[in-house]
Design a protein around this ligand. Structure first.
Ligand code: ADP
Ligand code: MG
Length: 323
């Protein structure tokens, strides 16, 4: 049977050109660039909770890193280094080394594309669990924070929302999508694109910012709490795919759009005076940036439908300890 050290050497040791000392010692050594602060974030993916054990390992590897890149994007940080801690069930290593190979391939392929070095981690036997810590750099004092929203700010969202949740609802047989619709929505669920460059370009433009991982309402709610402000958003202003539009009259689709999560788009606020610059940025990046509402004084989040009526949901977003 392959040893822990063989796995690390064979699959997780790669050149790390942006690092002083990478995989192989008791600790890695990294050196931040002049004038930069380090941004550090961790995400744990648990089998059965965040993904199914039968998931495609290459896509799982990709997504494990993508969700962490998204946290860097939300801070406006440039991702530089990452660690990967894996608990692997014995059969997965013993009989199916291909699983580890494909997982590493998905993970390292995305890391390479973003010039992020894998600099360490931990590998043990156990129920499948993936824990990634990412470290990025951001100019001193410039990081985008949740607390930066001010009354009068526009609320913006990148890309389209709800497709990942719609695809998941299909996989869980809560809704039946047509084949073409599944093809349109599934990539959002399994291979989300983190808005890494967009996040960095939002420095100096955005006030408050967050990435949408638990659903728009929950995550915008975090901005509101951290900034001590209120907001009104218009549901029909939110950009969404053709399948999402088709199912939108249904409550399930409304929930996917507003509270589904796994979107990994950015939600940010900015004063009205920056609309022109943000629209230019949208064109330059080739990413839709849509104004969906505004920040007000006070507290609470109101969602209006096309007729101007308040939309009420039973669920506000993903909460692991919610009931
Ligand atoms: P230690 O016993 O000091 O914890 P390990 O034997 O666990 O060291 O790890 C040896 C080296 O391999 C360390 O540099 C560690 O960071 C790295 N490493 C372990 N697992 C992984 C992994 N899954 N991906 C990348 N590096 C890893
Ligand atoms: Mg160890």
């Amino acid at each position: 049977m392959i040893s822990e050290f063989d796995i690390i050497r064979r699959y997780f040791t790669r050149p790390s050109p942006g690092t002083v000392l990478g995989v192989g010692d008791d600790a890695a050594l990294i050196k931040p660039s002049m004038g930069m602060e380090l941004a550090v974030s961790t995400d744990m993916l648990v089998s059965g909770q965040h993904f199914l054990a039968a998931s495609d390992p290459r896509k799982l590897g990709y997504k494990s890193l993508a969700v962490n890149l998204s946290d860097m994007a939300a801070m406006g940080a440039k991702p530089r280094w990452v660690t990967l801690s894996l608990a692997l069930p014995e059969p997965m290593v013993r009989t199916d080394e291909k699983w580890v190979e494909a997982f590493a391939d998905g993970f390292l392929g995305l890391a390479h594309a973003h010039q992020v070095d894998l600099i360490g981690g931990d590998t043990t036997r156990g129920p499948l669990n993936i824990c990634v810590t990412i470290i990025g750099e951001v100019a001193k004092g410039k990081a985008l924070r949740r607390s930066g929203a001010r009354p009068g700010d526009d609320i913006w969202v990148s890309g389209r929302l709800g497709d990942a949740a719609l695809a998941l609802a299909h996989e869980r047989q809560r809704i039946v999508l047509e084949p073409g619709e599944i093809d349109a929505c599934l990539p959002a669920l399994h291979t989300p694109v983190a808005r890494v460059e967009l996040g960095q370009r939002l420095i100096g433009l955005a006030g408050g910012a967050i990435d949408i991982s638990d659903g728009l309402l929950a995550d915008l709610g975090h901005i509101l709490k951290a900034s001590n402000v209120a907001a009104v958003i218009k549901m029909n202003e939110i950009s969404c795919s053709a399948p999402m539009k088709k199912y939108l009259p249904q409550m399930l689709a409304i929930e996917c759009l507003l509270a589904g999560g796994d979107d990994y788009e950015l939600c940010f606020t900015a004063p009205e005076s920056r609309r022109g610059k943000i629209e230019t940025l949208s064109r330059e990046q080739g990413i839709a940036l849509t104004r969906i509402g505004e920040i007000n004084e006070g507290e609470g989040l109101i969602v209006l439908d096309a007729a101007g009526k308040t939309v009420t949901l039973e669920t506000k977003g993903y909460d692991h300890f919610g009931i």
